[in-house]
Write a protein that binds this ligand. Sequence first.
Ligand code: ZN
Ligand code: ZN
Length: 210
Amino acid sequence: MVTALVAVLVGTAGLVAGATGWTLVEYGLHRFAMHGRGGRGIASREHLRHHAWPERTSPAMRSLAYLGSAAGGVVLALVVDRIGPTPLAVGVALGLMSGHTAYELGHWRAHHRPAANRWERWMRPRHFHHHFVSPRTNLGVTVDVWDRVFGTYVAPGQVRVPSRLAMSWLLDDSDEVRPALAPQYRLVGLPGSSAASDLDRALADLPPEV
Ligand SMILES: [Zn+2]
Ligand SMILES: [Zn+2]
């Protein structure tokens, strides 16, 4: 009984450590593997294409990311199991994969679905500030703590959103920003206009032209 309780507590501690660790991995990957390589390598290329065309998503790339997170979880579990108790290893791996899932779903939903809870309403202005104003800041998606630690946090204020790249959930039937969201977002540029340089600018870590 006591042994089972200890295993649950150790596993829970591992879960928290793994999920926290994910937020740092997420920050590091986004800052260095995606934005730090100018489109070289699959992670950077796909991510900067996401900046150029935020509405497009690739089910294959999303699946690949889940496979990568599962593989990372297995490797981490094997390593931790060698130096610590098995419940800790299982907890850490599940925490990492849960953190990745929260990030991936939260990020996908931010671009495609109306916010469903307080966390989504909180994290979105930072992420869209990262997309549309300053791609070298606000690199954490799920949390802002690592941006604050490493000096890349910027308070998003009212985020300017290029009309041609506006998220569908942001707009009402007249293609204006929904009144409830107006304190957080404003449209700039002409609706329906296109910018041929979106990919070039994304590759150079510059925000889209308006
Ligand atoms: Zn995004
Ligand atoms: Zn980015």
